[in-house]
Design a protein around this ligand. Structure first.
Ligand SMILES: [Cu+2]
Length: 712
């Protein structure tokens, strides 16, 4: 009986058509009555969501509803029956095969990757996120959506919303204003690395697509979502690395949630049974592929396809002049679209994915393959190429490479780094010769007594004798971001200026030698053109950090590898001497970009979106350590009014306990260590003996270099 009622409700939901008013949107006149399907789909039906359609110019937008149910789950659960020994069982409902190694996973609707959202530009996306975790909070960030007019939907806990509590449901609702290949992912803890991610594709009508003539098909099944993968949970790996001797290197890669792993079934020598992702094409046709790198560790991924080149056309939702390449490198958080011309003999070919940095041959040699299969009557649908994939073969030794590792515009011509890509979007204000505000962000890994992991004199940094038990702290401008106990955006009226920090407020503290963490907020004037000069100092490790900006996309105007010891002052002097070439003509738009180790990347953006927006390293371990800063764009009065009834959170102190104001405020700033020296954001250090004098000079330099009003 219950089943029947459920079925009837389900059918009513699936077939329900309602008339409503669509929201006003900048992408066109949307304020009119439209029809939409209200669909709360079962897992297996989400691929047939009515919003996943051919986008037609001037057709009314739709309201696209989804239900996301988040829970802990397991790889190779009972839903998998005889997977991998019976391959078709691996594709049963609720089976998460991953690479065949059992572990706990976090899943949305028991899918890995989670359900894909495919909509047309201007549709309203409405997702009810039901937190079914027994003890953890969650949030979802819609990576690529600038959330203009919807800042409360950005999904950053304690910046734009409260963490969503267990057993609670939060409705994310926003208009898909940003076309292109994007993805959604948890922005809480290590959840993305444990499986909480999925595609978010916003298509446009043919008339608005400059690359439409370059391909015949743009199919959902040609989305490639990549993840660096391990066989323990992200939290286990994180605690083991930061408190003990565990490493931070991913063991494997997954392509669309699938992958071989060399020791998966070593006992019965059946590693080849684990299915890989498979992409079907027809000879003579051209296909748009969309790569999403959802990775969470330091593992950029190089993609190449045997016997084929790729025609790269777009990144992070922005089109550029197409470039033919042999391989593409993507970093965590980036997306690249390419066209594949199926012009080779009908056969199966390896698509190869080679892990770089912490995944390379020095560490785990993490690599993966997928099959590019030409449709043919006489080919087995489970056929694999004969060649045995190895890590070495996953790296193209020559040919043109887009977005190469640790290479800027100084590199040889076969490398095409981001600023060399030619945008198809015309000039905009962000490219004016002199920006309104220049902000330097420098970083490295520092040998600090980070109190989260060290406790002198018991087990301070200097007490540790084994190198593999030392972890260094990555910081931006010598500060770690520690958020307030409530969201800055939605409880902005509770923020007092003294709660926040920036380079000016900590100038009398030697954050270079001591450990500083605080709510690091940089004010940006609304509608100002901002230039970010991001510097990887290249002293410790050979790491590579992809940075992601929320609320805005940016132009990548310069990128260069300088050497191994790069200071802010060095870059500043290079710039002053005219030795930095900026592409202010046709630089590409992106929202995630890397910085060469021992080098710099320069970004420009027009701060037109009022709100509190986080800018952070997209490597989850680093973001968790506070490798981030918050940009406050505009004044509180410029920000969109807070939705009625929006959830609130924060500290609570029993009213009978007398708590002094000072005690309430001290947790917002933490400085551990000595403070003998004086320094400023440029990383210049002065002897304390001349503090008064240097203070004056520095103040002068500070304002001259920045040339901004916001600090005055
Ligand atoms: Cu990082």
């Amino acid at each position: 009986m219950m089943m029947n009622v459920m079925l009837i409700i389900s059918i009513m939901r699936l077939t329900g058509i309602f008339a409503v008013h669509a929201p006003t949107s900048k992408s066109g006149a949307r304020n009119r009555t439209i029809y939409f399907h209200e669909v709360l789909l079962e897992d297996s039906d989400i691929d047939h969501h009515p919003c996943n359609r051919w986008c037609i110019k001037d057709e009314p937008p739709m309201i696209c509803k989804y239900h996301f149910s988040l829970e802990w789950y397991d790889v190779l659960s009972r839903a998998c029956f005889d997977c991998p020994h019976k391959v078709e069982d691996c594709f049963r409902t609720d089976c998460v095969p991953a690479d065949g190694v059992q572990r706990s996973v976090l899943v949305v609707n028991r899918k890995l990757p989670g359900p894909g959202i495919h909509v047309c530009h201007g549709d309203l996306i409405s997702v009810d996120l039901e937190n079914g975790l027994p003890s953890d909070s969650t949030t979802i960030h819609w990576h690529g959506m600038k959330q203009k007019d919807y800042p409360y939907m950005d999904g950053v806990p304690l910046v734009t919303q409260c963490p969503i509590l267990p057993q609670s449901t939060f409705r994310y609702q926003f208009v898909a204003e940003d076309p292109g290949t994007h993805f959604w992912h948890s922005h809480t803890g290590m959840q993305r690395g444990d499986g909480v991610f999925g595609p978010l594709i916003v298509r446009v009508p043919d008339e608005e697509n400059p690359h439409r003539d370059l391909y015949d098909f743009d199919l959902d099944e040609h989305v490639i979502i990549l993840m660096d993968w391990d066989h323990v949970t992200g939290t286990q790996k994180f605690t083991s690395h930061h408190h003990s001797d565990g490493d931070n290197k991913p063991t494997n890669l997954l392509v669309n949630g699938l992958g071989k792993f060399s020791v998966a079934n070593i006992t019965d020598n059946s590693t080849s049974l684990m299915p890989t992702a498979r992409f079907i094409v027809k000879k003579g046709k051209r296909y748009r592929f969309r790569i999403i790198n959802a990775g969470f560790l330091n593992c950029p991924i190089e993609l190449s396809i045997d016997n084929h080149t790729v025609n790269v056309i777009s990144s992070d939702g922005y089109d550029f002049k197409n470039v033919t390449a042999d391989s593409i490198v993507t970093y965590a958080g980036e997306r690249f679209d390419f066209v594949l011309n199926a012009d080779q003999p009908e056969n199966v070919y390896w698509m190869r994915f080679g892990g770089l940095m912490d995944c390379d041959e020095r560490f785990t040699s993490a690599h993966q393959v997928a099959v590019l299969q030409y449709e043919s009557n006489n080919m087995d649908s489970n056929a694999y190429p004969d060649d045995i994939p190895t890590y070495d073969k996953s790296r193209r030794k020559n040919g043109t490479q887009v977005n190469p590792l640790n290479q800027g515009t100084e590199s040889k011509s076969s490398f095409i780094s981001a600023p060399q890509i030619e945008s198809l979007h015309g000039w905009d204000e962000s490219l004016k010769p002199i920006p309104d505000f220049t902000y330097y962000i420098s970083y490295d890994f520092y040998r600090k007594d980070n109190p989260h992991f060290f406790k002198p004199p018991f087990y301070g940094f200097s007490n540790i004798t084994k190198e593999n038990r030392l972890t260094l702290t990555p910081q931006l401008n010598y500060m770690s971001l520690k958020l307030l106990p409530f969201p800055m955006l939605t409880q902005r009226n509770e923020i007092k200026e003294e709660m926040l920090c920036n380079e000016t407020t900590v100038r009398n503290i030697d954050c270079k030698t001591s450990y500083c963490e605080c709510p690091h907020v940089v004010n940006l004037e609304l509608n100002s053109v901002v230039e970010l000069i991001i510097i990887d100092k290249g002293f410790a490790y050979d790491a590579n950090h992809p940075f992601h900006l929320h609320g805005h996309a940016f132009r990548v105007v310069a990128m260069e590898k300088v050497g191994h010891n790069v200071t802010v002052e060095k870059v500043y002097q290079m710039d002053k001497a005219g030795k930095i070439r900026r592409n202010l003509e046709t630089p590409p738009w992106k929202d995630t970009v890397t910085v060469p180790d021992g080098g710099f990347t320069i970004l420009r953006f027009h701060a037109t979106n009022p709100g509190y927006w986080i800018f952070h390293c997209h490597i989850e371990f680093h973001a968790e350590l506070g490798m981030a800063v918050v940009f406050k764009v505009g004044e509180h009065s410029d920000m969109v009014p807070i939705p009625r009834g929006f959830p609130k959170c924060g500290n609570y102190f029993h009213p009978e306990e007398e708590v002094k104001v000072d005690e309430l405020q001290t947790p917002y700033f933490n400085s551990v260590g000595t403070m003998p020296k004086f320094e400023n954001f440029l990383g210049l250090t002065f002897d304390t003996k001349c503090t008064a004098y240097s203070n004056m000079i520095l103040n002068l330099l500070f304002y001259v270099v920045l040339g901004i009003n916001s600090f005055l």
